[in-house]
Design a protein around this ligand. Structure first.
Ligand code: HEC
Length: 159
């Protein structure tokens, strides 16, 4: 009985350790190596790269639609295009991919989706195209900051 319990505790401690490690890697991700071009290489599989780059092209399409909407003073289109890439568009990424992304990368990424929602709300609430344009400029700073710091490389043996 005593031995069984000791085993129980041992298993529990081990389990907690495993869960804590999994949670840690999930949240903090991998740090990645700094490549020759000064950017940190985030190592992901070819499929994951395809998925994220598809999302990236979606972001650029949103920027295009928002700019067009602002030029036409069509703030309904601006709001709709911004919310399309807002927080509600997140959550579809597989856990394995999220675990590979460095924490700073995830923060910048989430901050960008949130900033699009804020921009969409501003377009609906105040409807001042100039203010919204300024917010778009701030969002674009997230894009350029991340692009300057990170790049994707495909893991060896990854599909
Ligand atoms: C959290 C980091 C991050 C943010 C924020 C981010 N990107 Fe990216 N984006 C990347 C990385 C990494 C790549 C791949 C670069 C490489 O491997 O050379 C990329 C690639 C792209 C590409 C190329 C897609 C392709 O098919 O090759 C486009 C377009 C793009 N991003 C647009 C945007 C736009 C627009 C924004 C802002 C609204 C944005 N990104 C914000 C990280 C980010």
């Amino acid at each position: 009985m005593k031995t069984t319990c000791k085993l129980c505790w041992g298993t529990n401690v081990l389990m907690i350790g495993v869960i804590a490690f999994a949670a840690y890697t999930f949240i903090f991700g991998k740090t990645g190596e700094v490549g020759d071009d000064g950017r940190t290489a985030v190592m992901i599989s070819a499929d994951e790269k395809e998925l994220v780059l598809g999302e990236m092209r979606g972001l650029l399409e949103a920027v295009q639609a928002i700019t067009g909407g602002l030029a036409e003073n069509d703030l309904a289109t601006v709001a709709e295009s911004a919310h399309a890439v807002g927080m509600s568009s997140t959550g579809g990424e597989p856990a394995a991919l999220i675990a590979k992304l460095p924490l700073e990368f995830k923060k910048l990424g989430m901050g960008t989706h949130q900033a699009f929602d804020d921009l969409g709300n501003e377009a609906t609430d105040m409807g001042d195209a100039k203010v919204v344009l300024g917010m778009l400029g701030d969002v674009l700073q997230n894009c350029t900051a991340c692009h300057a710091s990170y790049r994707f490389d495909v893991e060896q043996g990854g599909s």
